[in-house]
Design a protein around this ligand. Structure first.
Ligand code: OGA
Ligand code: MN
Length: 318
């Protein structure tokens, strides 16, 4: 081994109490604005406090982190996710799938295209049509009064063609706005609901109970990251209104902002390899999945979600 490599490895390592030599995680950028790739970590094992700190700092900086070769169980994914806060449970507020039809445990958001028994959803299946909403640029749980912090997506079965997950940097997009637009949107408050994102694709086949579950919530249109202090535009396909504006005017502005914010230069597109895990910060990014042959090809993706801790706007009393 060359001397420089040996020194670098020594700097990069520490000796645990039992004398075992263990690497600490390292991160290298994937894109000029957004995304980092993490090496020297095994997500099946409990993390050291040092690794958790490296990953949190990495999330604050890169907003998206990619891990390769992590063949984890649901229990390992949940345990790893809990390093970053309490988990958000995907209940009836988030989906139309009934508890008895769920394929996965209560902590897992099922982002696959298969039903409980493992069969692909049919073309007209309500669950499939509902899940097609993930093709739109969005931020997870922006339809909840306290929206999500991180999402962690594990690729258990991935597709050969299409089915990439794209991430747009809402900090870089904010920075690029002109001063007039920044001032215009500074104090704007939007209404977010799954009714709006699904409705925009023409899916409105919902029961009265589902409609009640999807009651709109308020979110401010700009937000500031608690650690870095960077501002972002808080956009999502779930937006259906800006308070105080006629709806068509509001939606024209939201479309303009979304178009500006999702230009190529702000987007990292992730081509999945089996057993990749990707974490993103919903407070500073949007994401979407690109088209793939979801009627014929199984894509088994499982998400855990770390809950946020603050609302971004005051809610109306129910
Ligand atoms: C999600 C999501 C996109 C994908 O898990 O929140 O939007 O690539 N997934 O499946
Ligand atoms: Mn999502």
């Amino acid at each position: 081994m060359i001397w420089e490599t040996a020194i670098a490895m020594w700097h990069n390592s520490r000796t645990t109490f039992d004398g075992e030599h263990q690497m600490t995680a390292t991160i290298k950028p994937l894109h000029p604005h957004i995304g980092g790739e993490v090496s020297d970590i095994d997500l099946r094992e409990p993390l050291s406090a040092e690794d958790v700190a490296i990953l949190e700092a990495g999330m604050d900086k890169y907003a998206v982190l990619v891990f390769h070769g992590q063949n984890i169980t649901d229990a390992q994914q949940t345990a790893f996710s809990r390093n970053f806060g309490e988990l958000e449970l995907p209940g009836s507020i988030s989906n139309i799938t009934k508890a008895e039809d769920r394929r996965l445990g209560p902590e897992m958001a099922d982002v696959s295209n298969i039903a409980k028994g493992g069969k692909l959803f049919g073309r007209d299946d309500r669950a499939r049509m509902f899940n097609l909403g993930n093709r739109l640029w969005h931020s997870d749980s922006s339809y909840k009064a306290v929206p999500a912090k991180y999402s962690l997506l594990s690729g258990r079965i991935v597709t050969e063609e299409g089915g990439e997950t794209q991430f747009a940097d809402m900090r870089a997009a904010y920075d690029a706005l002109d001063d007039k637009t920044k001032a215009l949107i500074e104090d704007m408050v939007c209404e977010h609901s799954l009714l709006y994102s699904r409705g925009s694709l023409g899916f409105d086949d919902l029961t009265e109970e589902e409609k009640r579950n999807f009651t709109p919530v308020r979110q401010s249109l700009t937000r500031t990251h608690p650690i870095s202090g960077r501002k972002s535009i808080y956009l999502s396909a779930h937006i259906g209104q800006i308070l105080g504006l006629p709806r068509p005017e509001a939606m024209c502005l939201i479309r303009d902002l979304t178009e500006a914010a999702t230009q190529r230069e702000y987007v990292y597109s992730h081509k999945w390899q089996q057993y990749d895990l990707v974490i993103w910060d919903n407070r500073q990014t949007m994401h979407r999945v690109t088209a793939f042959n979801d009627v014929d090809e199984i894509r088994d993706m499982r998400r855990t979600t770390v809950a946020g801790d603050v609302p971004t706007a005051e809610q109306v009393a129910a």
